[in-house]
Design a protein around this ligand. Structure first.
Ligand code: ADP
Ligand code: MG
Length: 382
């Protein structure tokens, strides 16, 4: 599917500009770079583009999360001036600018509440709505479902390619299917873990999620990130895996850091009292490589360790490389999704093209894998 671009129209373009920040510094511009071809294609057809997006999770105006900070980045990427409109409700599009960026939509309560009045406030900025933010599809917000009810609309090329790839993969899973799930908190991923058990032959868990599963089994995990309130759910998950004949792989060895900053490798049975598990160890990584070598499909969400801090990126990088190599060698169907997972791909300097599909979406990707209908997909009639 390739999109049909409108011509000589005022386009309201919903983007994913939810870039990671440290203070007011953008630490990864992947999301902004990905949308450049779409904006350029629209501009080349004589369209005026009003770009709309959210940043972070403000409940009201919060200057540190103003989208103004993206103006220089977008101007450099798009190679044209971008006019900033600080007030979505009162502002007007400057007549000279081909590209306008509206303030963070989440400064307005009507966005998350999906009020009709806020949808109308947004709709007046364009005559045609295009959604290029597949990653926000799991949210029934005004800019995702309210506006397309008011304007002629279409999905943008990134949105379509992400949706098409995910649909294709999930409808034609080539067995055996291996899922790898890492990341921080198991509470945010229980739904997808439960659902994956039904479709995969092996589920490998790493990151903070694995810590919770290990602790629920009575292992001592020191000062590791884990969720004691989720132990019951974790046990149920282990039981469900057993009943469904799904192999659940937990780390056997781990890389830890002690209170004094020492980095050690140890077995999960021997985690020192003052140490935190921050990555899976080489023995576990090797076991995962064996699974990858046999898999027909690999679905991956969530880094296996605290990849932001060296050396705890090591296992994640090693497994990325193993999957990329198998994808190139024998067309393994490999899908990597998640905001931090993509950040980890960048830390490892991996080429997205070495995988079958890379999705920058976090929540939407997970809800898609859970088999839920996404409101932002339905609102476009897809
Ligand atoms: P995604 O955005 O790809 O879905 P998550 O948001 O679930 O991934 O998780 C990413 C975060 O989990 C990262 O910040 C990473 O540092 C953290 N993380 C992974 N493993 C660990 C661990 N063992 N201890 C602490 N944090 C971890
Ligand atoms: Mg994340």
């Amino acid at each position: 599917m390739s999109p049909e671009y409108p011509e000589n129209t005022r386009i309201l373009l919903r983007l994913d500009l939810n870039v990671p920040l440290q203070g007011t510094t953008v630490t990864d511009t992947t999301r902004a770079r990905l949308i450049a071809p779409t904006v350029r294609a629209l501009r080349q057809r004589g369209n005026l583009c009003t770009l709309i997006a959210h940043l972070g999770r403000p409940k009201q105006r919060e200057e540190a999360l103003s989208l103004r900070l993206l103006v220089p980045i977008l101007e450099a990427i798009l190679e044209e001036p971008v006019a900033f409109v600080p007030d979505v409700l009162a502002g007007e599009a400057p007549s000279h600018a081909g590209c306008v960026l509206l303030e963070n939509l989440r400064f307005y309560p009507g966005e998350e509440a999906n009020t009709e009045s806020f949808a109308k406030d947004l709709a007046r900025w364009g005559d045609f709505y295009m959604n290029e933010a597949f990653s926000v599809s799991h949210r029934a917000h005004a800019s995702i479902v309210g506006v397309p009810a008011l304007l002629p609309h279409a999905a943008g090329p990134l949105f379509l390619s992400e949706l098409t790839a995910l649909r294709h993969v999930t409808e034609h899973l080539i067995p055996p299917v291996l899922a790898i799930v890492g990341g921080g908190k198991i509470s945010t991923k229980l739904g997808v873990l439960r659902n994956l058990l039904k479709v995969v032959s092996t589920l490998a868990v790493g990151g903070g999620l694995a810590n919770t599963l290990l602790a629920a089994q009575g292992l001592f995990v020191g000062t590791s990130l884990q969720e004691p309130t989720q132990h019951q759910e974790a046990k149920k998950l282990l039981e469900a895996a057993h009943q469904q004949g799904c192999t659940l792989l937990l780390p056997k060895d781990v890389r830890v850091r002690t209170a004094s900053g020492e980095v050690l490798l140890c077995s999960v049975e021997e985690v020192p009292e003052d140490a935190a598990i921050l990555d899976i160890g080489p023995e576990t990584a090797q076991r995962l490589e064996q699974e990858i070598a046999q898999a027909g499909t690999v679905l991956w969400n969530g880094p296996l360790g605290r990849f932001e801090e060296s050396p705890f990126h090591q296992a994640t990088e090693r497994i990325f490389r193993a999957i990329a190599a198998e994808t190139q060698r024998r067309s393994l169907v490999s899908v990597v999704g998640g905001g931090d997972s993509v950040a980890a791909l960048n830390v490892a300097a991996m080429d997205f093209a070495s995988f079958h599909t890379v999705s920058t979406s976090g929540g939407a990707f997970l809800e898609f894998l859970e088999g839920k209908e996404l409101p932002g997909v339905q609102s476009l009639g897809l």
